[in-house]
Design a protein around this ligand. Structure first.
Ligand SMILES: Cc1ncc(C[n+]2csc(CCOP(=O)(O)OP(=O)(O)O)c2C)c(N)n1
Ligand code: SF4
Length: 301
């Protein structure tokens, strides 16, 4: 008998108010499938603060705390401390924040939480901009992208800075476990979330979550874009356990980056020279990741 890797149980009800094709919706759905009903979720200001719907509606079948934009790391530290004080040890505490709430305004609370060694899972769902307030750029927005605060116009002011590498920032904290996952690969996502649940201490999961509204893409292309992100090396899937890297989906040869970019209106304006530079950088980053895996897998640590 083939063992089912995606649980049939649902802890997210139909009727959320997210946009059509929203990757962040699937991110929550699979997260709860992986972690089960004994989970408490803390959500700061972000699209997911709105998606469960207004009172008395509810989308999630687990306890949910809405917290201030910058406080996810601190709020889950507090929840965990309260559970510890009550002697409750079988509940998984999860912070579920956007990339703005993680890589920008929430990075201090996250850093403190990881440094203290708090036994929680911090999830950054990465839709690569501040979507809830109208598509403003974050430090996790990739270079070249249009957003409302990196408008293209005649001045060609697309995002000039590279995407902040949160995985590396977490590795620099000597976190026990960090992983990148994608809603386009639910089995891999569930496996890594369960692994995170089994490890004591802080864990960081970065979920690639396409946003049709902000990325100017067709809502029925979400999964195709997820797969192209991996196939082109634009968004690699890997995990780092106690400093040891493992790439969990490794294309034998990368597809041209353009195959990924051309499905998204946010990159439509880019001239050839910028596209060439982005291709070079993507290949370089991929080669570096391969080297990190090769080097650390060979270490006896
Ligand atoms: C201190 C503070 N500043 C600004 C806001 C306004 N605000 C609410 S949600 C949001 C954007 C959230 O972006 P992100 O964390 O990337 O999540 P997304 O909306 O993309 O899901 C902002 C700026 C706020 N709620 N609190
Ligand atoms: S704006 Fe983007 S992230 Fe927010 S609900 Fe819509 S598709 Fe999802």
């Amino acid at each position: 008998m083939v063992k089912k890797t995606i649980p049939e149980e649902e802890y997210m009800n139909p009727g959320h108010v997210g946009c059509l094709g929203c990757g962040a919706c699937n991110a929550m759905r699979y997260t709860l499938k992986a972690l089960g009903p004994k989970t408490i979720v803390s959500i700061p200001a972000c699209c997911w603060a709105v998606m469960p719907g207004p009172f008395p509606l509810k989308t999630l079948e687990v306890p949910l705390l809405n917290t201030a934009f910058e406080t996810t790391g601190a709020s889950i530290s507090g929840i965990k401390a309260a559970l510890d004080a009550k002697g409750i040890t079988d509940v998984t505490v999860v912070g579920f924040a956007g990339d703005g709430g993680t890589a920008d305004i929430g990075i201090q609370a996250l850093s403190g939480m990881v440094e203290r060694g708090t036994d929680v899972i911090y999830i950054m769902y990465d839709n690569e901009a501040y979507m809830n307030t109208g598509i403003q750029r974050s430090s996790s927005t990739p270079v070249g992208a249009w957003t409302t605060t990196t408008p293209v116009g005649t001045n060609q002011e697309w995002k000039k800075q590279p995407k902040k590498n949160m995985m590396e920032i977490m590795v620099a904290h000597q976190i026990p476990y960090a992983a990148s996952v994608s809603v386009g690969y639910p089995e891999d996502m569930i496996k890594k979330l369960r692994k995170a649940q089994s490890i004591r201490g802080p864990k960081f999961i970065q979920i690639y979550a396409p946003c049709p509204t902000g990325w100017r893409m067709a809502p029925d292309k979400t999964i195709e874009i997820c797969r192209l992100a991996v196939a082109t090396g634009a968004y690699p899937m890997y995990e780092v356990e106690n400093g040891v890297y493992k790439i969990t989906r490794k294309p034998s040869e990368l597809k041209p980056l353009m195959e990924y970019l051309k499905l998204q209106g946010r990159f439509r304006h880019l001239p050839q020279e910028e596209l060439d530079a982005m291709q070079i950088e993507t290949t370089r980053a991929w080669k570096l990741l391969l080297k990190k895996e090769e080097f650390t897998q060979g270490l006896d640590i």
